[in-house]
Design a protein around this ligand. Structure first.
Ligand SMILES: [Zn+2]
Length: 557
């Protein structure tokens, strides 16, 4: 079965509304359904369903039912298919799905294998290691830590003896093959299973316990299910706490994450040793909460912190830096202090953190130093998403540097002239087009072909300002796949309840005709007054009269 057939089969078996209703409460609004977005945190509903698609006006995520499951559950395409097949009670006959399901099983089995091995006598030094760091085994239960035996093929043998294919132990990243010989990738290491939001194991992080035994940490390589830069470690355990507390704490390592959870800071996720990727930024931004950075207290950590602030600012200025007071990382901090609540409470706003760093570097003694800092900080101010945040940052900068806020605003506007805002009052054309679109989406049953043709010709020559709307209308009329921009417009209008659709469509078409005629009439009037040749003037007057007559004969609306 091809994947396009699988998609069709899934979509005919499960309705997007049924699936979305598992994640959020939906209420009808015109031809759409609305609810709080299950993908990002919000208090007013901007998640909308229209026909078989969703669109969120908050985080702008959009797509079909499969995409919805991928976005909410943070799983790959085939895992989403698996979830939907279970919901719809359908048997999907696809080799890719069979492989994906089998890979998920293997990863789960491997995690169990490692977890059991942590109890064996071979793993005594791994248990000692955890004990030395102050972790009690029962506290670690949710993380399912494990131990990979220091043998060539311990896991491989265990899996193949249970009937799993060797090709799949490779494709899940559990084993590797060199010179035709297959062997366990993780040997003699403390194992950290990495899970999707659904709690399914998708990969592993592994820490060596013996110096000189290769890299300190290694991870599952990129596989169908796992990509280090796309996952935040511990998120499946942290999500509900993140929502409850309205904040997320980002740390670098596995043990930092574990230590934070054990200390009661369960709103913590780990970067698994990488810098913040654009996927991480996207994920953090979509959480819609304050972001606290508690990266390592070294120069690499400081660089990563500065970069993270710059990456997050286009989404939010609510980024805070936790001061680790000389401890090298959060794990060490908790070993030293036991609790991080005070430091979290007193965390430095990201803007202040950057500003302080510049002041320390350049000083504020001279006007040129101040100007330089203003210029550097304006990069951060310029990108924040709201005017309110911008104003607040400008005030802080002007207070700290003792410069006038008007000078800062001049700096901000100087090189980047304000974009010209669209006119405040909507032209009657866009109003009519919006009503037309609402009416079309509200139709019960198909649009008559003849009406469709008249709509197409009516929206052909709209002004620049209305182009996006006319594209959206053309998409609905032709039944084509909408672009994200069109989808947003369609869904917006579909939630507007209008009068009887058929009547409304005719009225809108009339109004559009009138607008078009009015435009032509005034253009013609201009040409008449500009014309010098009396004969040409006469001809134009004839045309003018014809247009006036046509307009007067339009039905009154
Ligand atoms: Zn959203």
């Amino acid at each position: 079965m091809k994947s396009s057939d699988v998609i069709a089969q899934i979509k005919s078996a499960v309705d997007i509304r049924t699936v979305a209703a598992r994640y959020t409460e939906l209420n009808r609004s015109g031809k759409t359904w609305k609810g709080n977005c299950p993908i990002h945190a919000e208090r007013t509903p901007s998640f909308t369903l229209y026909q078989d698609r969703f669109y969120c006006f908050g985080c702008r995520k959009h797509g079909d039912v499969i995409q919805l499951v991928q976005d909410v559950e943070h799983v790959d395409f085939w895992s989403a298919i698996e979830i939907l097949a279970a919901i719809g009670g359908v048997d999907v006959d696809s080799p890719q799905l069979a492989t994906s399901t089998r890979e998920a099983e293997i990863l789960r089995q491997a995690s169990q294998f490692y977890e059991e091995k942590l109890n064996t006598s071979d793993a005594q030094f791994a248990r000692d290691y955890l004990q030395r760091r102050g972790y009690q085994r029962e506290q670690l239960r949710d993380f399912h830590l494990g131990y990979s035996p220091d043998t060539f093929d311990g896991l491989l043998t265990a899996l193949t003896s249970r009937g799993y294919e060797e090709s799949l132990t490779d494709s899940t990243g559990l084993t590797a093959t060199k010179n035709g010989k297959r062997y366990d990738r993780f040997r003699g290491r403390l194992m950290f299973p990495i899970c999707a939001s659904s709690h399914a194991v998708i990969g592993f992080g592994a820490r060596t316990l013996v110096d000189g035994n290769g890299a300190k940490y290694i991870n599952t390589p990129t596989t169908n299910k796992f990509s280090k830069g796309r996952v935040l470690y511990g998120r499946h355990l942290a999500q509900s706490h993140i929502n409850k507390q309205g904040q997320v704490i980002v740390v670098e390592g596995y043990l930092d994450t574990v230590a934070m959870h054990l200390a009661g800071h369960q709103q913590t996720v780990g970067l698994m040793g990488t810098a913040l990727t654009k996927h991480h930024v996207n994920t953090l931004a979509h959480l819609g909460t304050d972001v606290y950075l508690a990266l390592d207290n070294d120069s690499a950590g400081e660089t990563a912190t500065r970069q993270a602030i710059a990456q997050l600012f286009p989404y939010t200025s609510a980024v805070y830096i936790v001061n680790l007071n000389g401890s090298k990382d959060p794990d060490q901090f908790l070993a030293d202090h036991g609790d991080m609540s005070r430091s979290i409470h007193n965390a430095t706003p990201g803007f202040t953190y950057i500003l302080t760093a510049f002041i320390n570097r350049y000083g504020v003694a001279s006007a040129s130093a101040k100007a330089r800092i203003c210029r550097l900080m304006s990069k951060y101010i310029r990108v924040v998403p709201s005017q309110v945040e911008q104003t607040e940052l400008i005030t802080e900068l002007s207070d700290t540097l003792r410069v006038r806020d008007t000078d800062i605003r001049a700096e901000l506007n100087g090189k980047h002239p304000r974009t010209i805002l669209p006119p405040r009052i909507e032209s009657s054309e866009t109003t009519v087009l919006k009503t037309l679109l609402s009416a079309i989406t509200a139709l019960n049953g198909p649009l008559p072909l003849e009406t469709g043709c008249r709509i197409h010709s009516a929206i052909k020559n709209v002004s620049r300002q209305s182009e996006a709307l006319s594209t959206a209308i053309a998409t609905v009329v032709s039944g084509a796949e909408p672009t994200p921009e069109s989808l947003a417009i369609i869904i917006q209008q579909a939630s507007v309840v209008s009068g009887e659709p058929v009547v409304q469509i005719e009225r809108s078409l009339n109004q559009l005709k009138r607008i078009e005629l009015d435009a032509n009439i005034s253009a013609l009037a201009q040409r008449i007054s500009n014309a010098n040749d009396p004969e040409a003037k006469q001809t134009l007057r004839g045309e003018y009269l014809a247009l006036i007559t046509e307009r007067n004969e339009l039905p009154k609306t």
